[in-house]
Design a protein around this ligand. Sequence first.
Ligand code: NAD
Length: 355
Amino acid sequence: MTEMFSQLSTNNHEEIVFCNDDETGLKAIIAIHNTVLGPGLGGTRIWNYENEADAINDVLRLSRGMTYKASISGLNLGGAKAVIIGDSKKIKTEALMRKFGRFIKNLNGKYITAEDVNTTTQDMEYVAMETKHVVGLPHLMGGGGDPSPITAYGVYMGLKASAKFVFGNDSIAGKKIAIQGVGKVGGHLLEYLHKEGAILFISDINEGALKHYSKELGATVVNGEDIFGLDLDIFAPCALGAVLNTENINKLNCKIVAGAANNQLADENVHGTMLMKKGIAYAPDFLINAGGLINVYQEYIGYNREIAMNNTEKIYDTTLAIFAKSQAENIHTQKAATELAENRINAILKLKSTY
Ligand code: NAD
């Protein structure tokens, strides 16, 4: 017990809920990190964790990230996340997702769920049969549909703002840009960059995607790890977390890193500082990949795609503000972004001192 509470205290998590149901096999953990700005919103991930401690660590880490992402994006949302333990191909059923929906219902709106790794809009439809505290529903149900195109638009805004900061203007025509991972977000990003005339390089483990984009958009295919050593203007990680580790940063030969992947820095302080010292402008991932969250927030308050796109566009100005803060205070950009997010939470907390 002491260990669990000390884990919650490390980053001041508010609440953790364990959901167990032998009938459906549901073993889920909902972590609510901070609800100063509003209800905690974060997707549900299904993952076959090696042990329960890994699942707890993951849900605590991810829920905290959601707090910062919502805050820096100016949303009235707190941070939360859920994980369901197990192999999604084996455990996922309508009954399991609906049972999970019932646990969410019992939180009375303090937690709102959405899709994440190994959950789909169909799963959210099942959750929605039991609770209204769910977003990421299909358009036909009044939802915002797949958030990936809007996420890609936000990454594009962050990437252009980074170009403005580094090169003096935000045109990326003729700039050499590599995308690692041309999946749902990376693929849409590639289209924006192609339209503007960038010189494109791509890597993926999915041969089909590589073939498609090299044929359709003329992108040059790069083999796996080679992507880190390319002579580039911009590197856009859109596949995996923790790619910005010591080994890969040592190889990087670019001016900017701006991509969609979550938790790109293997260690926020060590690798945020390392990038800064190497003179690489890093656009914080949790800021520039927030388009999807902005889209589901819009769904929560009444879906309007135009407003979601307009709010996502603001990522451009926030990215510039973070570079300015980082430069003025001589701190790495991840720290600058985290401080901005924390400042907003603290300011709103004080506001609530009056009824
Ligand atoms: P996706 O699964 O559609 O795409 C990921 C792509 O990366 C796939 O094509 C996959 O084959 C490729 N990949 C996997 N391992 C690779 C490797 N070692 N080298 C190169 N490519 C590899 O996922 P997505 O929805 O496009 O999300 C991409 C990233 O952005 C993830 O980190 C995700 O957490 C983050 N993100 C996504 C959204 C969203 O709206 N989808 C929002 C915020 C953050």
